[in-house]
Design a protein around this ligand. Structure first.
Ligand SMILES: [Zn+2]
Ligand SMILES: [Zn+2]
Length: 330
């Protein structure tokens, strides 16, 4: 069966996506063809579309938070059946041979494949994915599951890097933070949310999801924090966060792209404070987090857009008009 597929395609960074139609490809060895049920819109998609990440595959269907149903199975695939629901994250493949893959750090693979960046993603009715990088997904609303696949997953990896912090600062309260805040609260942590000055809606949103305090990103919290995660792509927040954490604390940069970090006094780093970045995910992260998400009540806030309105979804994300996660529905 050769269904026709539609996809929102990027032809050049900075250009709007355009809807195109073509025959859906057959899955090669080891691969699955999915009928996409929902695909989340991630800030990384904005960085790809806006040309802030180098060398995307072009033309490209972006999107790496794919929830879909297996429609065709390539040669040699075991463990998947037609009609099963799976999720496809950002990590679309790894080389399995480099030093990082060998050391269990496949998130740092030297020759990776990234869904919706170096391979076509889920801004489409159909997508091809490596079965070894797909995960079974539970029943339920696919739009509410999609944001788990990056916002949730990368948020989880960032949260692990924050260590045992009880008082946790979160800078930028978008899709990732709104999931992480709920997971952190379920773990007994106290979340302090920092949002763009004047964005009262985002502040109230954070409080409604259990933050013990929410304020502007240039404000000081009421107490020193044990760790902070920065989801906003704003380098100036790094010294701000360092100034608000205790000795020995970690400041985790959760985004794939950030504006330059301004120079700052060494005293802010002194006291064994650490700045780390989170890069991609491992499949173990995905299995671990999807298990936790299944057992934790997480209220995923979703704004749905028809696939054809992907450009509007991206614009709303770029301009901060969203609460929670944007999701495309083909
Ligand atoms: Zn590798
Ligand atoms: Zn993402």
């Amino acid at each position: 069966m050769h269904p026709t597929m539609r996809a929102m395609i990027l032809h050049a960074p900075g250009a709007p996506l355009v809807m195109e139609e073509r025959p859906a490809p057959e899955p090669g060895p080891g691969r699955l063809r999915l009928r996409v049920e929902a695909c989340g819109v991630c800030r990384t998609d904005l960085h790809v579309v806006d040309g802030e990440l180098p060398d995307p595959k072009l033309p490209l269907a972006p999107g790496h938070e794919i929830v879909g149903v297996v429609e065709a199975i390539g040669a040699g695939v075991r463990g998947f059946r037609i009609g099963a629901r799976v999720g496809v994250p950002w990590l679309g493949g790894t080389c399995g041979r480099c030093a990082y893959c060998g050391a269990g750090r496949e998130n740092l693979c030297d020759d990776p494949v990234f869904t919706g960046y170096t391979r076509d993603g889920g801004y489409a009715t159909h997508a091809i994915a490596d079965a070894a990088y797909c995960f079974p997904m539970p029943d339920g609303d696919p739009a509410a599951l999609a944001p788990l696949l990056c916002a949730g997953l990368i948020g989880w990896r960032a949260l692990k890097m924050a260590g045992e912090a009880r008082a946790l600062g979160v800078y930028g309260f978008g899709a990732a933070a709104h999931i992480v805040a709920q997971v952190a609260r379920a773990q007994g942590r106290r979340v302090f949310a920092f949002v763009r000055r004047g964005d009262a809606q985002a502040r109230d949103f954070a409080l409604s999801l259990g933050a013990v305090w929410a304020g502007w990103s240039d404000e000081d919290p009421p107490e020193k924090l044990d760790a902070a995660i920065i989801f906003a792509p704003v380098g100036a927040l790094v010294p701000r966060a360092l100034a608000n954490v205790r000795k020995g604390a970690t400041v985790v940069c959760g985004g794939i792209h950030m504006s330059d970090i301004p120079s700052f006094a060494y005293a802010l780093l002194w006291g064994e404070r650490k700045i780390v970045s989170v890069a991609n995910l491992t499949r173990d992260d995905a299995r671990e987090f999807l298990g936790i998400a299944a057992q934790t009540p997480i209220d995923i806030h979703v704004t749905r857009y028809p696939l054809a309105q992907a450009n509007r979804a991206l614009a709303d994300l770029r301009e901060g008009r969203l609460q929670g996660a944007a999701v495309l529905i083909p």
